[in-house]
Write a protein that binds this ligand. Structure first.
Ligand SMILES: Cc1cc2nc3c(=O)[nH]c(=O)nc-3n(C[C@H](O)[C@H](O)[C@H](O)COP(=O)(O)O)c2cc1C
Ligand SMILES: CCCCCCC(=O)C(=O)O
Length: 320
């Protein structure tokens, strides 16, 4: 590329040139036919904007609050695993970026930097994303470490009873490094001779029997607010509110889990309506531009939605 990249797509092209194929494919790919991956973006493209004229926009305040924390704009950093595959400073650098933008970073449970390293590196408001392992003692330890390190909420991901079938990872025999958070607790660098080491690791560790009881368990081990990430239907949105969660994230995991699940923007209104303003609704999937944030804001405004972007962060980090 001759000039500086000016959008997420161009950062992605640069990242493709510099990253090892195995890591680029892991970051960029979706599950199976990658139908939903395409739809997440195209569904936004099908929405057009009806502009009004002669409105004074010389002073704009985009700031908002999430669970009482003020941020500069309704954009947060979504949780994504293993940033050190893209850059040696990993999640510590991402957290610094979030702090510089005065927004919230959600740290992945599968981060390459530890909870404590990220906490001590900057003063961004941080939430902690959680997978619940079959060994709940390990998940509980991680939540308690995050709480002790000043994280302000737990974001429980509920759309991964098993890891999605990501065919590029299978072909590349993708393997995770040993993640420092789990040092001495379990091995994350699982090699699989006939496929994805990530899938083998996740299937060994993630609790696929998870059901609504987990919210009560989580309440019993932490006093942090709890959000559930991975809601796509009005039925589940209502059940989550009844279970007493403090927030909902409309997400299909960036199309990395169940292929042929709907584009997230196509279900936002349904979920927002079901929640009826009782708890905040956050949203992710397919956001690549400011206009996507605007469109989601226009469709979900009644619940005060917040949008999180994963791809901007990853591609940007790779290219620095
Ligand atoms: C490389 C990568 C890793 C991810 N890792 C996690 C994770 O560890 N935990 C999680 O809840 N979601 C994870 N996600 C899903 C994101 O949090 C988010 O839901 C999704 O990426 C949003 O869609 P988008 O990629 O179109 O922005 C990951 C996504 C990507 C692309
Ligand atoms: C180190 C294992 C990563 C597990 C899955 C992380 C994730 O949610 C994703 O890749 O998507």
């Amino acid at each position: 590329m001759e000039s500086e990249p000016v959008n997420v797509k161009e950062f992605q092209e640069l990242a493709k040139q510099v990253l090892p194929k195995m890591y680029y494919d892991y970051y960029a790919g979706g599950a199976e036919d990658q139908y939903t991956l395409k739809q997440n973006v195209e569904a936004f493209q099908r929405i057009t904007i009806r502009p009004r004229i002669l409105v004074d926009v010389s002073r704009i305040d985009m700031s908002t609050t999430v669970l009482g924390h003020e941020i500069s704009a309704p954009i947060m950093v979504a949780p994504t695993a293993m940033h050190q595959l893209a850059h040696s400073e990993g999640e510590v650098a991402t957290a610094r970026g979030a702090a510089a933008c005065n927004t919230i970073m959600i740290l992945s449970y599968n981060s390459t930097c530890t909870v404590e390293e990220v906490a001590s590196s900057c003063n961004a408001v941080r939430f902690f994303q959680l997978y619940v392992f079959k060994r709940r003692d390990i998940s509980a330890q991680l939540v308690q470490r995050a709480e002790k390190s000043g994280f302000k909420a737990v974001v429980l991901t509920v759309d991964a009873p098993r890891l999605g079938r990501r065919e590029a990872d299978i072909k590349n025999k993708m393997v995770a490094p040993q993640l420092k958070n789990f040092e001495g607790l379990l091995s994350t660098a699982v090699n699989s001779n006939d496929g994805s080491g990530l899938e083998a690791y996740a299937n060994e560790t993630f609790d696929s029997s998870l059901c609504w009881e987990v919210i009560g368990w989580l309440r019993s081990i932490t006093s942090l607010p709890i959000l559930v990430k991975g809601v796509l239907t009005h039925e589940d949105a209502r059940m989550a509110v009844e279970a007493g969660v403090d927030g909902i994230v409309v997400s299909n995991h960036g199309a990395r889990q169940l292929d042929y699940s709907p584009a997230t923007i196509s279900v936002l209104e349904e979920v927002v309506h079901a929640v009826g303003g009782k708890v905040p609704v956050l949203f992710d999937g397919g956001i690549r531009r400011g206009t996507d944030v605007f469109k989601a804001l226009a469709l979900g405004w009644k619940a005060g939605c917040i949008w999180s972007c994963s791809k901007g962060g990853i591609w940007g980090e790779t290219c620095t």
